[in-house]
Design a protein around this ligand. Sequence first.
Ligand code: PLP
Length: 395
Amino acid sequence: MNKKIWLASPHMGGSEQKYVKEAFDTNWIAPLGPNVDAFEKGLAKYNQIDHVAALSAGTAALHLALIMLGIEAGDEVIVSSFTFAASVNPIAYQGAIPILIDSEPDTWNMCPKQLETAILDRVSKGKKPKAIILVHLYGMPAKTDKIMTIASRYKIPVIEDAAEAMGSKFMGKPVGTFGLMGFYSFNGNKIITTSGGGALVSNDEWLISRSRFLATQARECAPHYEHEVIGYNYRMSNISAGIGRGQLEVIDDHIDRHREIFNYYKRELSIFKGITFQQEPNADYYSNYWLTCIQVNPEKCFGVTRDHIRIAMEGENIECRPLWKPMHLQPVHCDKPYYGDGVSDELFENGLCLPSGSNLSDEDLVCVVEVIKNILSKALRKQAKEIEELVAYDQ
Ligand SMILES: *Cc1c(COP(=O)(O)O)cnc(C)c1O
C-alpha cells in the first residue's frame, strides 16, 4: 500500500513546543495564561482587528456570538446552506430557526439575490431575521460587499464564519472583519491548528470582553462565585494557545503552499474541460485555498463521475472527500425554510475536495494528479474505441 496522502493534516512549524514548554515550566496549565494573551494579540494583529477572544472551538465562538445578539427560541437566523454543520448547530442550541440560503456559482458562497429574497419573504411572513451567518467556504471569500450592503439595508447584524478562511481577504481586508463579529477555527485540519480551538473577533470591545466573561462560566466580580446569567466553559487553554503562537509564525508559509497546491492542480488538470475549480472570480478575492475543490462534469469527462475519481483515489490510499452536503439536504434540517435554485445541490453532486495540506510533498501532488489523469484517459480511450467500432460496423 502507498503511503497515505491526507486531505489536510496538522502541520507544525517548529516553535509550538517552545511555547508549550514555557507553559509547563511556569505551570500555566490552565484556560487563560500568557500564551492565551499573546495568541490573542497575535491574532488581532494578523487579522487587523481590535479585539479577539481565544476560545475552545469555532463552534463555541459562534454560539457566544448568537447569545450576545440575544438570539432566543423561535428567532430566525439566516445562514449559508452550503457549509459544514457547525455553522448551523449553534442556532439550534438556542432553539432558533435556521433560514438556509443557497450558493451563487462564482464563489460557491451565499447568493446575495437569494439572501434579499429571503429577508423580504421572512419580513412579509411577520418575522425579521435577527442575524446573518456568512460563511467563507474552503477559504474563498463570499461576495462580501454585496452581502454587507443588503445586511445594512435591512439592519441585520452579520457574523462571519471564517473558520476555514483565516488569511483570506476581500478587497485587501481580512475576512472575518467585515461583520459585527467574525470567528476562526483552529481545529486539527484547518489552515492553522491549536489541536482544537477557535477565536471570536470584533472591533467592538464590549462584545469581546462579554464573550470572555460568558466563556468562563459568567462569573461576576465578587470574592465568592456570583452568577447573574448562564455561563459556558468555552475558553482556550494556555497549552493550546502555545501551539497557536507557534502556528501564527508560519501561517503565511502555509497559505503560500496552499495557493501553490491549488495552482499546480489547476495547471495539471486544465486539459480536461469537464473539471472546473472553485477559484477567485477576480482580483478583489484572495483565498487561502484551504482546500482545492473541483467540479467533475461527467458529460464532459467521458462518463467519469466524482465518485469514480473518489473511489480510484481511495484505492491508492489518497484521502479525498465530497464537498459539504448542503444543510437543506440534511435529514436534520430538510424541514427548515430554504431559499435557492439548486446551485449547491449541483456543487455537492459533482464536487470533490483534493488533498491540500501545506505539508504535502510535490511527489504527493504528482500521485494525486496521476490518478485523475489515468482514470480520465482510460475513459477517453474506451469512448474512442466504441466510436471506432461503431464506425467499423457502419462500413
Ligand atoms: C470547522 C468549521 C467550524 C467549526 O469550528 P470548530 O473549531 O471545529 O468548532 C464552523 N464552520 C465551518 C465552515 C467550519 O469548517
